[in-house]
Design a protein around this ligand. Structure first.
Ligand code: CMP
Length: 288
C-alpha cells in the first residue's frame, strides 16, 4: 500500500503552482488545527476553495469570516474579507450592507456606554447651582491614539458602505516598504493584519523611529490631504495585510461625508506634531 504523505503548509506554494488544490486545502486544514484563528490561513482557505472551483463554499466561508470579524470589532479584517468576496462574486451588496450595519450598531452601543459612564461620574448637583460639564475621562495617550485611529468606527455608516465596496487588498512581507519618505503618494492605507514601522530621517539623515502601527490603524493620509510627498517611510514589521484606498475614493467619500475629512485632518495634525516632538527630542539628545 502506498502511504500518501500528509500535506504540509511549507509546500503550499508548490501545491498551488501545480494546481494541486486538494493538497493545498489539506495543508491549510492541518495548520488551522494548530492556529484556528489565524487570519491569513482562513483567508487563503477561502481563496483556494474559489480557485478549486467550489465558488459556493468559498462565498460561504468568506461571509462567515466577515461576520465573525465584524462581531468581534475587527472591522478592517471584515472589510478585507468582503473585498475578496466582491472579487470572487461581484455584487455582494448584501454582505457589505450587513457589515456597515454591524459597525453602525456597535458605534451606537459605544455611544450609549460612554453616556452611561459620564452619568456615573457626574456628581449630583444638590448644593451646586451651576451645571457642570462631566470631567473628561482619563485615558493614556497611546490608548487614545489607538482607539481614535480605528478609522471605521468614526465614519458614518453610509460612508463605510461605499468604502467597503471599492478597496484593494495588498500583502507585504516582513521588511518590505509600503511607502517611502519623499515619494509622491496617491493613496492611503488601512492596516488589516500585522504591524508596520513608521520612520523618518533626522537632521543628520539617520533613521528616526516615529511609531509602530498595528491592526485597525491607518497611514498615508498626509500626502493625500496636503498634496505633499510622503512625510515618513512605512515598512512592514511583520507580514502585513493592508487595504489601499485611493485619493479618488477618499475624495468621493469626503464630498458626501465631511466627517471623513475631519477625522483625517485630526490625524494629520497630531502626527505632524508628534514628528516635530521626536525631532526635537533627537536634537536635544545629540546636544546633551
Ligand atoms: P504620508 O506622509 O502620506 O506617508 C507616511 C505616513 O506615515 C504619513 O502619511 C502618516 O500617515 C504616517 N506618519 C507620519 N508621521 C507619523 C507619526 N509621527 N506617527 C505616526 N504615523 C506617522
Amino acid at each position: 500500500m502506498i502511504l500518501r504523505r500528509r500535506a504540509s503548509i511549507d509546500r503550499l506554494d508548490q501545491y498551488l503552482a501545480q494546481k494541486d488544490y486538494a493538497s493545498a486545502l489539506g495543508a491549510i486544514t492541518e495548520e488551522l488545527k494548530r492556529k484556528p484563528e489565524n487570519f491569513n490561513l482562513l483567508l487563503r482557505q477561502a481563496e483556494i476553495l474559489g480557485l478549486a472551483g467550489d465558488r459556493d463554499r468559498a462565498v460561504e466561508v468568506y461571509r462567515d469570516l466577515a461576520r465573525f470579524f465584524a462581531r468581534q470589532g475587527f472591522y478592517a479584517r471584515a472589510l478585507a474579507v468582503i473585498s475578496k468576496l466582491e472579487r470572487l462574486d461581484p455584487g455582494q451588496s448584501e454582505a457589505t450592507r450587513e457589515l456597515a450595519e454591524t459597525i453602525a450598531a456597535q458605534q451606537e452601543e459605544e455611544r450609549a456606554a460612554q453616556a452611561r459612564r459620564r452619568r456615573a461620574t457626574a456628581t449630583p448637583a444638590l448644593e451646586k447651582v451651576e451645571p457642570r460639564e462631566p470631567p473628561p475621562e482619563p485615558e493614556p495617550s497611546s490608548e487614545r491614539e489607538r482607539n481614535a485611529s480605528r478609522l471605521f468606527t468614526q465614519f458614518p455608516a453610509g460612508a463605510l458602505e461605499e468604502l467597503l465596496a471599492s478597496t484593494n487588498v495588498r500583502l507585504f512581507s516582513e521588511g518590505e516598504t509600503v511607502c517611502r519618505e519623499g515619494d509622491s503618494g496617491h493613496s492611503m492605507f488601512l492596516l488589516v493584519d500585522g504591524s508596520v514601522d513608521v520612520t523618518t530621517a533626522d537632521q543628520a539623515g539617520r533613521p528616526l523611529p516615529l511609531a509602530t502601527l498595528s491592526e485597525g490603524e491607518f497611514f498615508g493620509e498626509v500626502a493625500l490631504l496636503k498634496g505633499r510627498p510622503r512625510t515618513a517611510t512605512v515598512s512592514a514589521r511583520s507580514q502585513a495585510t493592508v487595504l489601499e484606498i485611493t485619493r479618488d475614493q477618499i475624495d468621493a467619500l469626503a464630498l458626501r461625508f465631511p466627517e471623513v475629512q475631519r477625522v483625517l485632518e485630526r490625524f494629520c495634525q497630531a502626527r505632524a506634531h508628534a514628528t516635530v516632538e521626536a525631532m526635537v527630542a533627537r536634537m536635544r539628545g545629540d546636544r546633551g
